[in-house]
Design a protein around this ligand. Structure first.
Ligand code: SF4
Length: 450
């Protein structure tokens, strides 16, 4: 690693899955406003729906998701009951056309913690309430452990056509340190069952920066993952925040790779995947040539939202479940993280939204600038400013803000265009932060750049 890159690798910067980021959401935001935004949606608006299922069979020590291990299935069954009630309540408010849901995404947690009957009940509630578009994407996050042939077949029968699951690292010493044991054979079998059942898109998540990981282990994992030919592979750096995620205390700080090792692991995974036929996309995604994401990246139509990089171009993201984040043309909404508070609001027939942000025209313009940079690695911010009715000169100070990054080679200025060279894609977030007027460099508020 070039020593000029070191200070940038150690910076804490937002992931920019939204702009403004969730840190800026207001805690006194009214659920009534979320309902008003839903009612005011353009009747022709295309929709995306996100459902959060905050349950898992067991905790992985690295986990940064909003999830828990229930002591009985009853808790999950009650949760589904509330979730369906909230979908129906929102559908009754919604005045738009039915059949415009292009993307339905179950995230978590592990959505397949729920039994098939409950999953089917939720999909049916969304379909009845809002209407799934024929041929749309119906996706879920899952855990390959427990994904049997029969389960894959039933999930496909419910309508799922896309799945994403955590692989992280195939090396046993790493898996033991993170409390997630899953052999290559188990993942290969799950992958095979899903393909046989008719899933058209399979996504694996890999990680770097975990205890016991080495450049050799991540290279081997990347090769093994590519051998199974998932359509997409996402690669994330482990974010160690034990003061926020208590179970991460099970990971010994002293065993974590340092920043140079993390950088070497991330770049090794990228080199391996590229050599095995995967296109590098955005900050941290890889996809095969036939995949819609590869095509969207090439056409510069790819988007970035709370699920990462996507082909989803819906006008609004409706969200259901504790902690779930949604997006409307007017801004962002987030449901109560606490399941009790969330369910009590649904019991009172109220919106469970407790945080959110009404965005300004300038936020929306900056959001587009940051999204294009995060997706295309290059942006002409002045052009976007003009399209939104702003003075293109408002970004004249950006080259000066990026002076150190330009010297280090991670940012380039060509006329009014700002770019990040593909070999420095890991630093995209750092360059994007130059366009973020809300960003304050506070230690541990955001994940490290590398
Ligand atoms: S299965 Fe996924 S969501 Fe559940 S604890 Fe592990 S990493 Fe977190």
């Amino acid at each position: 690693m070039d020593s000029k890159l070191l200070p940038f690798a150690m910076q804490d910067v937002p992931r920019y899955t939204s702009y403004p980021t969730a840190v800026q959401f207001q805690p006194d935001f009214q659920g009534k406003t979320a309902d008003d935004w839903l009612v005011s949606l353009d009747p022709d608006a295309s929709l995306s729906v996100y459902l959060h299922i905050p349950f898992c069979q067991q905790l992985c020590w690295y986990c940064g998701c909003h999830t828990s291990v229930p002591n009985s299935y009853d808790r999950a069954a009650r949760y589904v009951d509330y979730l369906v009630r909230d979908i129906r309540r929102s559908a009754a408010l919604f005045g738009g056309k039915k059949g415009k849901v292009k993307h339905l995404h179950f995230g978590g947690g592990t959505p397949t913690y729920l039994d098939d009957m409950h999953i089917a009940e939720i999909v049916e509630a969304v379909d009845k309430g809002f209407g799934l578009e024929s041929g749309g994407e119906v996706a879920l996050e899952s855990d390959p452990r427990g994904l049997t042939k029969e389960r894959a077949r039933v999930l496909a029968g419910i309508g799922f056509n896309r799945i994403s699951f955590g692989v992280q690292d195939f090396a046993l010493p790493v898996q033991m340190k993170i409390n997630r044991l899953q052999t290559f054979g188990l993942v290969a079998a799950a992958n095979e069952f899903l393909r046989q059942a008719g899933f058209t898109s399979v996504n694996f998540d890999l990680m770097y920066g975990l205890p016991a990981q080495t450049v050799e282990s991540v290279a081997r994992t990347a090769q093994q993952a590519a051998e199974l030919q998932p359509d997409r592979i996402s690669v994330f750096g482990y974010a160690h925040v034990p003061w926020f995620k208590k179970h991460q205390k099970m990971i010994n700080d002293a065993e974590l790779p340092g920043v140079v090792d993390r950088y070497n692991q991330a770049t090794t995974i990228e080199a391996e995947l590229r050599s095995l036929g995967y296109a590098a996309i955005g900050l941290d995604h890889f996809a095969l040539a036939h995949d819609a994401l590869t095509q969207a990246a090439a056409n510069r139509t790819m988007r970035r939202n709370f699920q990462g990089y996507t082909t989803d171009v819906a006008d609004a993201l409706l969200s259901f479940g504790a902690s779930a984040i949604g997006e409307f043309p007017q801004g962002f909404v987030q449901s109560a993280r606490d399941t009790l508070e969330w369910s009590q609001k649904i019991d009172r027939n109220e919106s469970p939204v407790t945080r959110g942000l009404a965005t300004t025209p300038e936020d929306r313009m900056r959001s587009e600038v940051i999204e294009r940079l995060m997706c295309d690695l290059s942006v002409d911010p002045g052009k976007i400013a003009v399209r939104h009715g702003f003075d293109p000169g408002m970004f004249d100070d950006v080259p000066q803000k990026l002076e150190a990054a330009i010297v280090a080679g991670i940012a380039q200025v060509d006329g009014s265009r700002i770019s990040v060279p593909p070999k420095h894609r890991l630093f995209l977030r750092t360059v994007a932060a130059a366009f973020d007027t809300h960003f304050v460099a506070v230690p541990n508020r955001h994940a490290k750049a590398v």
